[in-house]
Write a protein that binds this ligand. Sequence first.
Ligand SMILES: Nc1ncnc2c1ncn2[C@@H]1O[C@H](COP(=O)(O)OP(=O)(O)OP(=O)(O)O)[C@@H](O)[C@H]1O
Ligand SMILES: [Mg+2]
Length: 136
Amino acid sequence: MMISLNKETLKIVSEQDVVLFRQRLKEYASKIGMSLLNQTKLITASSELVRNILVYARQGEVIIEVVTDRLQTGVRVTFKDQGPGIADIPKAMQDGFSTNKSLGLGLPGAKRLVNYFDIQSTPGNGTTVTIIRWKR
Ligand SMILES: Nc1ncnc2c1ncn2[C@@H]1O[C@H](COP(=O)(O)OP(=O)(O)OP(=O)(O)O)[C@@H](O)[C@H]1O
Ligand SMILES: [Mg+2]
């Protein structure tokens, strides 16, 4: 069973919000004693996911939580938007797939950097991505 110890929701509308989000995330991760390597992985993955919110949905929100399952403690981040959604999730998860003439590495790269990765999306109804990075 997963317990959430501390929780904060941030609206994401601008680059400024992204800067604040990254700072808050770093504070949460360092407060629980996450290793610097894992902090970097968490922040790199989160930067890609929050960028997708701004690029594809224009706006959304992120929820930062400290979570524990009694064996491990870490940070869970949930990225929610009400943008266009993703029609084919397996395709979007492939390296190099982009509808934006970009690298197409954001989602698959983020998945490789975290311990848990879940993506839910309905075309026309938005996208929710949830990640967890354990501290060790
Ligand atoms: N929040 C989102 N809402 C709608 N579509 C999304 C969202 N996030 C990703 N996608 C879709 O999934 C595709 C793959 O996303 P991913 O982040 O892996 O690559 P990218 O954004 O195209 O390129 P990169 O992140 O490497 O610059 C995107 O091109 C887009 O079609
Ligand atoms: Mg991307």
